[in-house]
Design a protein around this ligand. Sequence first.
Ligand code: ADP
Ligand code: MG
Length: 688
Amino acid sequence: MTTPVTTLHGIGKQVAEQLARLGIHSLEDMLFHLPLRYEDRTKIKPLNQLKVGESVLVEGTIQSAEVKFGKRRSLICMLSDGADTVMLRFFHFYPSQREKLKPGTHLRCFGEVRQGYQNLELVHPQYECLDYFDSNPLLEDHLTPIYPSNSHLTQTVFYSLIDQIFQKQEIIDYLPETVREQFNLLPIKEALQILHQPPPEVSIKALRDGKHPALRRLVFEELLAHHLSFRTLKLQARRQNAPNLDNAGELTQSLLAQLPFKLTEAQQRVSQEIAADLRATHPMHRLLQGDVGSGKTIVAALSALQAIESGYQVAVMAPTELLSEQHQRTFSQWLEPLELQIAWLTGSLTKKKREQALEKMASGEAQLVIGTHALFQKDVEFAKLGLVIVDEQHRFGVHQRLALRNKGTQDGLYPHQLIMTATPIPRTLAMTAYADLDTSIIDELPPGRTPVNTAIIPNTRRDEVIARIQQVCQHDGRQAYWVCTLIEESETKQFQAATETAEQLQNALPNLQIGLIHGRIKAKEKEQIMAQFQAQELDLLVATTVIEVGVDVPNASLMIIENPERLGLAQLHQLRGRVGRGALQSYCVLLYQPPLNDLTKSRLATIRDNHDGFIIAQRDLEIRGPGDVLGTRQKGVLNLRIADLQRDKALLLDEILEAGKILSKEYPEQSQLLIQRWIKEGIHYSKV
Ligand code: ADP
Ligand code: MG
């Protein structure tokens, strides 16, 4: 099946090049290049049964043909099959065509039915003239597939290639018969034949909706292949060596003693799960899920201490500078009393600062290093890296995570990895893109939190909202955030909008200290502003969505989100999670721009009425699909070819898990072949 397509008839150099552009190199590539859609040319549709929007094959005799000069010159033919008529409309036609399409000509046409002024019409149908006396050409014996192509390759090329492959080639099924029977799956050859040359009775709708058994077979196989590839990674990790971090005790105890709170039961449970992993001799790859505010940071700090106490360094990686600063403050506060050294490395450091940080990391003087992805650039060296903690993983994406797996190895030892996320991973992804990870879940918020009271208010009541800020900040001594949203517009516009809003608010609220934060502000300045806000020197912080993750100021009890209709639910939930961090009642105002459509109304209501991030993410997923929720849409979470995680989310998940177990245990060879078939870039993702 890896035979090159060029071995088939009729493929010259040019066609081969064009096929290669579509990613088709081998016979197998061609077989899995599935049609985009299908047309039914297997039966003639009587003209009295036409429905608007359907693509149909019709036959009849031209009754009249005339050129009309309306808005556009067009040739209009009335076609009749004796029972009814349909109008054919051509905007471009050569004299020779005009000649042929005259009354009395017998025609067979294919086109989409549209509603015209007086009559149903076919605009620019494909047509062929039939000889009245001769026997008519045969109808197609299967539905006509239309392949994704480019302007250089006609559909006929694909038909010929597919025909040849089915005639000559043996198509091996990598799913053993027992597995196929157990999960009720079609043999691969049968499935492919149905998809490439569907018999007339196959429902085009079922093919389109992914419900047809032939398509399900391929979706099953593709998702299974991804699942297996991630399982393989997991097994691989079991054979790798990692530093044994079993020297925990004193430091952890001192940190716990110094905390102003007691760990929740959930925090204790997940800490123990992680501690056990770190004592093992193969690398941990663990995903720590916990809603916004559930207290993941302290869990991370405890595991960091276990590594440090065992004589290793720890790297904490955050998706944004702002969040890395936040972590730096939090970790310093916790670890400096224990006399530990922390370094900070982000992209925006001055050369000198950067060199100092690198030096501290390379010499081992810094036991903990906090930073952005700058932590894993080429020239960065650790003396003895034992644990990598990745915060808010969804911002990084799956491929970046995989690229990180082999970073930081020293003397044949792979560092342990802890990955934290506040966004629940939907099941389809959990068992495909995340199947290499073990999971811990913090399913409990620290006690004493009061759910944030959320209101949906139109922008026409802006003045009232501003008066409310005055009240909260001046009278109650609390603090507030004002979040400006302008997604997908330029960064320049974002910062202009935030700057203008800050000015307006300052005019309306002359007594308040107002700070401004956006993507253009230098790291150092940002850090200062955040520190001021934390120290309550600022009452109100105007910000773009850069504050989304991680910012932690418990005295802030009011958040206004402007144009919340532009954001996803998960993102709104994250933002809102910046308030309600203490015991006092907090408020969130969703200040929308009317009018809202029904869908948006119900989305905002979902946020207002729910406080559980898992439920909100579930809703978000239903509305927008997993790529968006995980912020990985541009890259395509998994480069899926046929499966669609949104469309196929309910499909066979448990069966795929089950089949994954059977295959990796009993059919390792087939497993590898399946992975190779579906995942071209290989399971190491080494080039990412
Ligand atoms: P997230 O999981 O969103 O990263 P954080 O780790 O930032 O949450 O914790 C949110 C807030 O809750 C912080 O102010 C933290 O100090 C506090 N916190 C964490 N654990 C507890 C606990 N067990 N009891 C009380 N407060 C806690
Ligand atoms: Mg956090």
